[in-house]
Design a protein around this ligand. Structure first.
Ligand SMILES: *Cc1c(COP(=O)(O)O)cnc(C)c1O
Length: 396
């Protein structure tokens, strides 16, 4: 029986061409826009798809293909395709698979950019969106039973770290003939493999943990070959392709994916424990805390609880701003999933696209701090938080 390599091996070797040209140890970056052939017959074979090969980099590129194969191996998917950003992956996937009259069931806690698609763009195409409370299974299941073509989920959610039972929702969706798409950006394939839980398609912002170094953007979709082919054909026309240089940066980042995720998990867990016991902290949102309402589901479907947590500071909402302003190691910056610790308010990061009222409706406290724990030394990170918390104005 063919052994499926473990995460650490797939991170390094998954999809890598062997042997690479000239015996190169690392994947060469093919900047070439086009690819030539010895004769027109073999060119036609590649265009027809009877032979594999490359013709034009908008449609396929050898460096980019290594990345697609690597994510396939990590997620145990049949096929994958890549995009210039995570939002390109999400929007191309949705536009390729949906048609007028379709109905989507989703949850309130989805990424701000995706929510904007649901709020402002898909309804123009006569696609109906049904937002359910994220952990209200009865509401989600009855919305699915009422008839829908697609269920769109994200877990853990941004920024309040709710966890949703993927196997349960997927079972219900499949019973009623709906496809299930999961944005797995927060967990990464190291902590969670939705395809193994029955989900049809996984999408990623590769800009976050997969690349991990805040220096390249990208997106991915992984799943059944027939679905990926439909998305790929659409992407060839929208032109949302990933370029070879960014693909290489993401590939280089992914070599250390398992190592980094282990450290992110460990650091976030320790910070969540520390903050839970701090007298100035009102609430900590982290699925690895036993007090988290979704702890049992997280333990069941994830192999690590992730590197992101969020928390609220007691007192006036501007306390959160004071804490952020006093952080020295953690950068006040958007994005997440990087080796550097990044912290911010949802209104400046994940949910900047929404107005205060929309955030309120989504259940995001205005004073919430989202904290993406990096891979720095844990004692330094805790000292940084300790100092920032001791610097806020006296309790009133
Ligand atoms: C960042 C993010 C996206 C969007 O990805 P980009 O690469 O910024 O386009 C989508 N979903 C989640 C969960 C994200 O964190």
């Amino acid at each position: 029986m063919k052994r499926i390599p473990e995460n650490g091996t797939s991170s390094v070797w998954g999809g890598e061409q062997e042997p690479a040209p000239y015996g190169a140890i690392t994947t060469p970056v093919f900047h070439s826009v086009g690819f030539g052939f010895n004769d027109v017959e073999s060119w036609l074979d590649v265009v027809d798809g009877t032979e594999s090969g490359y013709t034009y980099s908008r449609n396929g590129n050898p460096t980019v293909n290594v990345l697609e194969e690597k994510i396939c191996q990590l997620d145990e998917g049949e096929a994958a395709t890549s995009f210039s950003t995570g939002m390109a992956a999400i929007s191309n996937t949705l536009f390729a698979l949906l048609k007028p009259g379709d109905r989507i069931v989703t949850i309130k806690d989805i990424y701000g950019g995706t929510n904007k698609l649901f709020l402002d763009y898909l309804p123009n195409l006569n696609i109906d969106i049904n937002w359910c409370d994220t952990t209200d299974y009865a509401a989600i299941e009855s919305a699915i039973k009422a008839g829908c073509q697609l269920v769109y989920l994200e877990t853990p959610t941004n920024p309040t770290l709710k966890v949703i039972d993927l196997a349960r929702i997927t079972q219900c969706a499949h019973q009623y003939g709906a496809l299930v798409i999961v944005d797995n950006t927060f967990a990464s394939p190291i902590n969670q493999k939705p395809l193994q839980l029955g989900v049809d398609l996984v999408v990623y912002s590769a800009t976050k943990y997969l690349n991990g170094h805040s220096d390249a953007m990208g997106g991915l979709a992984v799943g059944r070959r027939s679905l990926i082919n439909t998305i790929l054909s659409y992407k060839e026309i929208t032109g949302a392709a990933l370029d070879a240089q960014s693909a290489y940066m993401i590939l280089r980042g992914m070599k250390t994916l398992e190592l980094r995720i282990q450290r992110h998990n460990e650091n976030a867990g320790k910070i969540a424990d520390y903050l839970s016991n701090h007298f100035l902290i009102e609430q900590v949102f982290y699925p690895g805390l036993k007090t988290h309402p979704d702890y049992e589901i997280a333990k069941k479907q994830m192999s690590g609880f992730g590197g992101i947590l969020s928390f609220t500071v007691k007192g006036e909402p501007d306390r959160a701003i004071q804490v952020l302003n006093h952080l020295k190691i953690a950068h006040r910056a958007g994005s997440l999933g990087s080796v550097e610790t990044l912290a911010g308010l949802p209104k400046t990061t994940s949910h900047a696209e929404l107005n205060a009222e929309e955030r309120e409706r989504t259940g995001i406290p205005e004073s919430l701090i989202r904290y993406s724990a990096g891979i720095e030394n844990i004692d330094d990170l805790i000292h940084d938080l300790e100092t920032a918390l001791s610097n806020i104005d006296e309790l009133t």
